[in-house]
Design a protein around this ligand. Sequence first.
Ligand SMILES: [Zn+2]
Length: 466
Amino acid sequence: MTEPRNAAIYARISSDPTGQALGISRQLEDCRRLAHERGWTVAEEYVDNDISAYSGKSRPAYHRMVSDIQAGARDAVIVYNLDRLTRRPVELEQFVEVCEGAGLRQLATVTADVDLGNDDGLFMARIFAAFAAKESGRKSERLRRKARQNAEAGKPGGGPNRPFGYEADKITVNPVEAELIQQIVRRVLAGESIRSIATWLDAERIPTSAGAEWRTSTVRMILKSPRIAGLRSHLGEVVGPAIWDPIITVEQRQQLLNVLAAKIATGRRTPRSYLLSGMLRCGKCGGRLFSSPREFERRYVCLSGPDHRGCGGVTVTAPPVEEWIAAAVLYRLDTPQMGDTLTGRLANDARHSELLEQLDRDQAKLTELAEMWADGEISRAEWKAAREPLDHRIKTTDRQLSQITGTTALEGIVGHGQELRERWDEMNLERQAAIVAAVLDHAVINPAVVKGGKFNPNRIVPVWNL
Ligand SMILES: [Zn+2]
């Protein structure tokens, strides 16, 4: 075998709580020495810095090396140890396949040599890979145990965020924020709403610990967190006293939980009572209009405040807008171009079922991941990391699906505007809303030029989705 003239060195650093990780420089040094001893010429050094090869995160340098091998630009690979190269048996198989395809046979490690061109070498490599995979699994088990021990000892958890009320060490009480928390707790126990608290904090220009504006969910999270009562929780359960000082008492916390639970019980969701819920936008700020009844009057309103963040500048009485939009939708259903659109939409059906299949596959993968986590095959962090790209794709697919309004929503309504108009008042609100949503993407409502007076339909700018 001739001496390789275009060898690759691959090094990777991963987190290691035991502090025994081999630094990149040490790995590179040993690999270079090996190349020198063998008389191999190194063409490029590839270095990745990742937390764990198991997390599913991409390793850009590794992928660059693989494509260089595929292109025939590399004739040997040197790594410190096989567990630097791959962590999963399947990854090794893919790597071996690429090497075979490119005719690369020499894989040297500082600890052992692997000749990919013979069965014994391959066998050894597979054993190494299987072993490395097991090690990686053990490592996450170690991390899990460590997190649990930390929690039971009352020490703060990892996580990048500073909790409101405490300094960055998550132990020292921040006196200003602590006093705010005590004040908020008193006010909520006295019956003040979370919404009003959030509005007040913003008005006082007090930022969250992340420097952001307040949402009711943020206030609620702080109030519900065991931490402010000096308790440590782990995976959603209180496991004991914490090493930091409490800001409120455990008794106050109990009262608070009772009050918050009572609030949830009364805040039940009401059934749809507005035809155009979610379909109207503010002509001043572009935000969504929300149904907001006033005595005897149904209205759509641009709401300002912590949960809506609208401009508060547009209000419209509901009935005339609903009548106008319904009439426009029904008229539109009978126009000739609607018939053409329906024909065009049928062609979209193939794409539609393709997307549905994609969605099914991704959701099956999510289930599989959850099972792997439940079986202890992967850690929570690994589960989360693997889930992210799937979640992202599911969201994208969902969006694409909603853009291709399936013909099902239109069948039986296109060309039937006249009949539907006659039956309109007998239909329930859900059915009416479905018909409107099949045709209308949204409508912009512009502010009234003259306050009061008769409703001016020119304020409505419909945006049709077909
Ligand atoms: Zn607005």
